[in-house]
Design a protein around this ligand. Structure first.
Ligand SMILES: O=P(O)(O)OC[C@H]1O[C@H](OP(=O)(O)OP(=O)(O)O)[C@H](O)[C@@H]1O
Ligand code: HPA
Length: 185
């Protein structure tokens, strides 16, 4: 269902910009360097977690200049809402993961239940090594495991509802070229 577009525009007008496009691009450059260092000789399968991982994966992948296979997984926990519940799988891996190095790319590690479930799925499917890369890590103490972090993190973000660079506000503003926080949230 579409939202009232005046409301959608107002949300952006009133949002706080937490990171500009330039800051996100610089973070992605650093992530790409670290990922290259670690994975350049490992022939990885790299998965974007749809939908949110679409933008960061696309922009990160063109910064990686070594052999890899690329695909997507589709799992959602928030389903256009502002808080998460049970993980719902829409698409699983098409490749055999047996013995492979897998890199999972997503937009955010918030509570971490999505990445934890995806990592478990990849390990159960026989992956030799499962690594994770997220543009944002939200700072709070509600992680699935205390101290949980991705292997590669672009930026830490405050404990507010954020959107842009793949992250949505009720299905909108994934296309925003910056990281924005919802007013009063
Ligand atoms: O760390 P968690 O608390 O589990 O939350 C992070 C997940 O939530 C978002 O996905 P969402 O379920 O909103 O689906 P989407 O990618 O289609 O927006 C985001 O893209 C991550 O995959
Ligand atoms: O802060 C968020 N914004 C958008 N999607 C999300 N999924 C988990 N946390 C968030």
């Amino acid at each position: 269902m579409s939202l009232d577009l005046d409301h959608v525009r107002q949300v952006m007008d009133e949002a706080d910009c937490l990171y500009t496009q330039q800051q996100v691009e610089a973070a992605m450059d650093q992530m790409a360097e670290a990922i290259t260092e670690k994975l350049k000789d490992s022939n990885p399968i790299v998965y974007s977690v749809m939908n949110g991982g679409l933008i960061i994966a696309g922009q990160l992948l063109t910064r990686l200049n070594f052999p890899m296979e690329v695909g997507y997984l589709h799992a959602t926990r928030y389903r256009n809402k502002l808080s998460g519940s049970e993980l719902f799988w829409k698409a699983r891996a098409e490749h055999s993961l047996v013995g492979r190095t897998v890199l999972i790319i997503d937009d955010i590690l918030d509570e971490g239940h999505t990445l934890a479930a995806i990592m478990e799925y990849c390990r159960d499917a026989g992956a030799a090594q499962v690594l994770t890369a997220v543009l944002l890590d939200k700072t709070h103490d509600r992680k699935a495991f205390p101290g949980m972090r991705a292997d590669f993190t672009g930026l830490d973000v405050v404990d507010r509802y954020v959107f842009g660079y793949g992250l949505d506000y009720k299905g909108y503003w994934r296309n925003a070229a910056g990281i924005y926080a919802l007013k009063d949230f």
